[in-house]
Design a protein around this ligand. Structure first.
Ligand code: GYE
Length: 322
């Protein structure tokens, strides 16, 4: 309780100093907390919902958000972070497009005394001093949940199950981890065979194009595991164009649970979705205020998420916010 009150009091102090126009010395305009945020891009429905959540919660929290869209390129994110350092923002947050290659630029931020928050995706550096905290999902667990559904679905059946996999952006944490978690669960049963696995770059077009080539090369696909809804939705178009019934002839598992994915699940075209929440904005703003105030924050903040069957999707859809 006491700790909570201290946090609230400090939050009040930050707000008060922001109002009075005397911040902590950093900060673009100088009269409120300035947060520089480098977003991956606009590749998926998840990303659009994530951007909206961040922009809306910054407004609500009275945080001056400098938002930069990297259009899927790491070099653009590095440029944006350097520009945030030059502008002397109070806090930098970003969602790293890939896991590796961040040490140099994050050391520059550290040398400039600007705290960094990783949101949504992790980096693979062992140097944990390069960022204050990482808020986002457990992608390995998401992959495991996808695998667990499959194991249950084919319980008691001995025939081989041919799986096609649409991977996310190469080198991205959710692509690496969702692949690893899924593989870890299905390897216990040799009947599960991943007969094709390629990237669709987390996009609908990517999913559609790669699924077209999969279907030509492998007429015997039983299951599609797509690392996000958008690739699954693109693949559905390819499956229908090939004269097959998605959800029946080919069972489909995806990750995210954005609106269009949930609709396809409710319509019987997808069989199972593992949720990954994009609504990270409010927690991110809270963490930004805390690190700016010099408060200790946990190294890892996990997002809570669930899974959806077709029936559950029908029930959840009317209240779905994204
Ligand atoms: O699942 C996918 C998006 O990093 C969790 O990125 C995010 C992933 C999300 O493009 O749809």
């Amino acid at each position: 309780m006491r700790k909570l009150m201290t946090v609230a009091a400090l939050g009040g102090l930050v707000a008060a100093s922001a109002l009075a126009g005397c911040g902590d010395g950093g900060g673009g305009s100088g009269d409120s907390l300035t947060l520089g945020f480098s977003q991956v891009g606009a590749e998926s429905g998840w990303r659009t919902a994530n951007t909206k959540s961040i922009q809306e919660s910054a407004k609500q929290a009275g945080i001056d958000l400098k938002f930069s869209d990297a259009q899927g390129k790491q070099e653009n994110q590095i440029k944006a972070i350097r520009s945030f350092i030059t502008q002397r923002v109070d806090v930098i947050a970003f969602s790293p497009v890939v896991e590796s290659g961040w040490e140099t630029v994050l050391k520059e931020a550290k040398d400039a005394d600007i705290p960094v928050i990783l949101t949504d995706r992790a980096i693979d550096s062992p140097d944990k001093s390069l960022y204050k905290t990482f808020i986002g999902s457990d992608f390995v667990l998401e992959g495991k949940k996808a695998g667990e559904w499959l194991v249950k679905e084919y319980e008691g059946q001995d025939d081989p199950v041919n799986i096609a996999e649409l991977q996310g952006t190469p080198g991205a944490a959710p692509a690496n981890d969702r692949k690893a978690g899924f593989a870890d669960v299905i390897k216990a049963e040799p009947k599960f065979k991943v007969i094709a696995s390629q990237t669709g770059d987390f996009t609908r077009t990517g999913g559609k194009q790669v699924m077209e080539t999969f279907l030509k090369a492998h007429p015997d696909i039983d299951v599609l595991y797509a690392h996000n809804d958008d690739m699954g939705l693109g693949a559905i178009e390819a499956i229908e164009a090939a004269g097959k019934k998605p959800g029946t002839d080919i069972k489909i598992i995806t990750v995210d649970a954005v609106h269009d994915g949930m609709q396809a699940l409710a319509d019987g075209k997808i069989n199972y979705i593992v949720e990954c929440s994009p609504l990270l904005g409010p927690q991110l703003m809270d963490l930004a205020k805390k690190v700016n105030a010099g408060e200790e924050v946990p190294q890892r903040v996990l997002t809570e998420e669930t899974t959806f069957t077709q029936d559950q999707a029908q029930e959840a859809l009317p209240d779905r916010k994204y």
